[in-house]
Design a protein around this ligand. Structure first.
Ligand code: EPZ
Length: 430
């Protein structure tokens, strides 16, 4: 295991290049099962969640050929297994996309219920199951929490999602792409990664319209062919570095972005008094003082992303005045607050609301990443705190941030990755 050691107080100056979008890649990689041709996927982020999805593909019989660190060729013609065991699905929630993909290609899938970040309570999949059943498949939950979905022929259907769900929208798209007839998903999620998946599938010959709106129409096609496709830049990685620059101070050009995807984050930073300048494919953040307080309510896209909530909380914890965060997507996504209070933040959490009393400074302390985005928030806190901050459970951060240490060091952060060694045996803790 490793930890990140951060000596805070440096302002940040320079350019950070954003990688491909994790949550688009996690949908597009399983989608490659839907064709017997080769799919060449470019700008894929080099992160552990994607590596696990590659491993699952290989276990199912596909060939996954790395071309370089961010390009892969997937050939699914020899996929002959339809079971994904808990041993693999426990690592990440997105493993359940293999249900929609295997169902869409073969009419059968046995995938263990997924793991993934814990935001309090169970992360249900009832809307996924509702979609699969409306498409004509029979879904049962077997022992060992295996979701077993079978169908002789998927038939297009009207599906109204009870709740806006990124995962259910994606899983239904994967299953419906080759179904017979028209599928209409209403109350669909509108995130950039939904649009990216639709564009990928359409590049393979699918007929999907309306992605990015709350009504997606999918005219099923019998075959899909291979393609070459480049994944969109990561909205949340970009937002994370925007907030890091705003909190640490300095001037940082965030490069390889789609500014439109970042509008809600930009608007909040401007509200906090941060200078933001947009260019075609980059955003310049300039900040030299304490941000102003502001209120945040997380919402499905195009609202402020829940995956940016821990990060903006760090900025608000050193803002002038009192800020309120309403987390409307997840039941309990404030576990990181305890770690922040160890650094001197003044935050009170009541259910899905956090009241943040801005303080002048945070102080370095040993903290840990409770989940992926909470881990990124601890890094930002370390950048702005006085003294040294050590962040443990870096494995969570590696799930979604390619080379976070290298990217931050390139703009002047004093951050390094060091192995954790057992004090008695001096052996690295695995
Ligand atoms: C995706 O999770 C993302 N993960 C999450 O990002 C993100 O927080 C979330 O969307 C919201 O944007 C990936 O894309 C891999 P949902 P997902 O289904 O699909 C409820 C990160 O940090 N719901 O949109 O699991 C659910 O409980 C990760 O990159 C049902 O009730 O989220 C939640 O309250 C963390 N029934 C709400 O909908 C269902 O069948 C939104 O969940 C499905 C969801």
């Amino acid at each position: 295991m490793d930890k990140l050691v951060i000596n805070g107080g440096n302002t940040l100056h320079g350019k950070i290049d954003i990688s491909g979008a994790k949550n688009a890649a996690l949908a597009i990689v399983p989608a490659a099962i839907l064709t017997c041709d080769v799919c060449r996927i470019e700008n894929i982020p080099n992160i552990s969640d994607v590596s696990i999805m590659f491993r699952i593909l290989s276990e199912l019989g596909a060939s996954v050929r790395p071309i370089d660190a961010n390009t892969v060729e997937i050939d699914s013609r020899n996929v002959q297994f339809f079971t994904v065991p808990y041993e693999l699905t426990k690592h990440l929630r997105a493993s359940y996309y293999f249900i929609g993909a295997l169902l869409g290609r073969f009419g059968k899938a046995r995938v263990a219920m997924p793991g993934g970040c814990n935001f309090g309570g169970v992360r249900p999949i009832d809307q996924h199951v509702k979609g699969f059943e409306l498409l004509g498949s029979k879904v049962t939950i077997e022992e060992n929490a295996i979701v077993n979905a079978v169908s002789d022929q998927l038939i297009g259907s009207a599906i109204y999602l009870d709740t806006v769900s990124v995962g259910a929208t994606i899983n239904i798209m994967l299953a419906a792409a080759r179904a017979k007839g028209l599928t209409v998903i209403e109350n669909a999620a509108k995130e950039p990664h939904i649009v990216d998946l639709a564009n990928f599938l359409n590049t393979m010959g699918a007929d999907i319209r309306g992605a990015g709106t709350d009504v997606i129409k999918i005219h099923g096609v019998s075959e899909l062919h291979g393609c070459t496709y480049s994944i969109i830049p990561d909205q949340i990685e970009a937002g994370t570095y925007m907030v890091a620059a705003a909190a640490a101070g300095g001037d940082v050009l965030i490069n390889n972005v789609i500014p439109k995807h970042l509008e809600s984050i930009t608007a909040k930073l401007v509200e906090c008094g941060v200078e933001v300048e947009e260019f075609d494919e980059s955003i310049l953040i300039k900040s030299d003082g304490r941000p102003r307080h502001c209120n945040v309510k997380t919402m499905p896209h195009p609202g402020f992303p829940t995956d940016m909530q821990p990060q903006i909380a760090v900025l608000l914890s050193i803002a002038e005045g009192t800020s309120i965060i309403n987390e409307s997507v997840w039941d309990s996504r404030f576990r990181y607050v305890e770690q922040l209070t160890h650094m001197g933040a003044s935050i009170k959490v009541d259910g899905k609301m956090a009241v943040i009393q801005g303080v002048e400074h945070l102080k370095g302390a040993p903290v840990k990443a409770d989940d992926l985005r909470a881990g990124a928030a601890m890094v930002i806190a370390g950048l702005v705190a006085s003294g040294t901050t050590e962040v443990e459970n870096v494995v969570y951060i590696d799930r979604g941030y390619e080379d976070i240490v290298g990217k931050l060091r390139s703009v002047g952060a004093d951050i390094q990755r060091v192995p954790i060694v057992d004090p008695d045996t001096r052996v690295r803790v695995s």
